[in-house]
Design a protein around this ligand. Structure first.
Ligand code: ADP
Length: 258
């Protein structure tokens, strides 16, 4: 893999055991520090693609390459955030965030520091001792994000993380995620149903075709500038959203009736 690249897929395809051709074949390159979004019709294979990058699902064809982190692990170089926060209800916020460190047998004093830092990164330092039932949906998602950040991975894979949240909470999480991305210099691959969210967040938006999902069209928005309230209401933002929506409509139409 060339220097600076953290994810490289070559000729990757997935056919499930039941014969469903879910993804590809496709190629994908992600450079260190990029924020990219995948949008596509429901069922086009976005989650499958993300799970293959994470090593949670094996491709039936092609090669998935993920850069290792400094400890030499490719597995520990990825944090995964699902749509459901999937927190342990009986454990405090701290203990939920600590879980990946506990599973890797990190010593308690070290893990205390890292859990504290991750909670601070997501703005939940004051809720370390709270239980999930005491938290709003947005706060639960922040815990889930902290749990993904606590191992300090270079890459964050996010599968429709904010889809279940109300719009105001979602906007706030979008801004906080961008701040985390900028400050911690993560590489983020973000799956979303929302064209608006993809354009707001990303430097690149990849529009996938209907199943088996391939990369239909790619948009670069890396010269857009600040992503803030002004951008959200700008003519540029509206124009970019229209372009991506049109590409998504075209991609969805490929297989005709759905
Ligand atoms: P998306 O995330 O874009 O909605 P998915 O990756 O979840 O799409 O699914 C792609 C296709 O693969 C769908 O048709 C889905 O039903 C099918 N699929 C997903 N997981 C499995 C599985 N474990 N076994 C068989 N088919 C699956």
């Amino acid at each position: 893999m060339p220097a600076g690249r953290v994810i490289q897929l070559r000729d990757v395809a997935k056919v499930y055991d039941n014969g469903v051709a879910a993804v590809g074949p496709l190629d994908l390159d992600v450079e260190a520090g990029e924020f990219i979004s995948l949008v596509g019709p429901s069922g086009c294979g976005k989650s499958t693609l993300l799970r293959m990058i994470a090593g949670l699902s094996a491709p039936t064809r092609g090669v998935v390459d993920v850069a290792r982190n400094m400890q030499g692990h490719s597995k520990h170089n990825i944090g995964f955030v699902f749509q459901e926060p999937t927190l342990m209800p009986w454990a405090t916020v701290s203990d939920n965030v600590r879980l990946p460190l506990k599973l890797s047998h990190v010593a308690r004093d070290q893990s205390d520091v890292r859990v504290g830092q991750a909670l601070q990164d997501v703005g939940l330092a004051e809720f370390a001792g709270a239980y999930p039932r005491e938290l709003s949906g947005g706060m639960k998602m922040r815990v889930s994000l902290a749990r993904a950040l606590v191992t300090d991975p270079d890459i964050l894979l996010m599968d429709e993380p904010f889809a279940a949240l109300d719009e105001i909470t979602r906007f706030k999480l979008n801004d906080d995620l961008l701040a985390i991305w900028r400050t911690l210099r993560k590489t983020i691959v973000f799956v979303t149903h929302s064209v608006f969210e993809s354009v707001y967040l990303s430097q690149r938006v990849l529009v996938m075709t209907s199943r088996p999902g391939r990369i239909g069209k790619e948009f670069r928005f890396d010269s857009v500038g600040a992503r803030d309230a002004d951008f959200r209401t700008s003519a540029d933002y509206a124009a970019h959203c229209r372009e991506v929506s049109a590409a998504l409509a075209a991609a969805s139409a490929v297989e005709g009736v759905r």
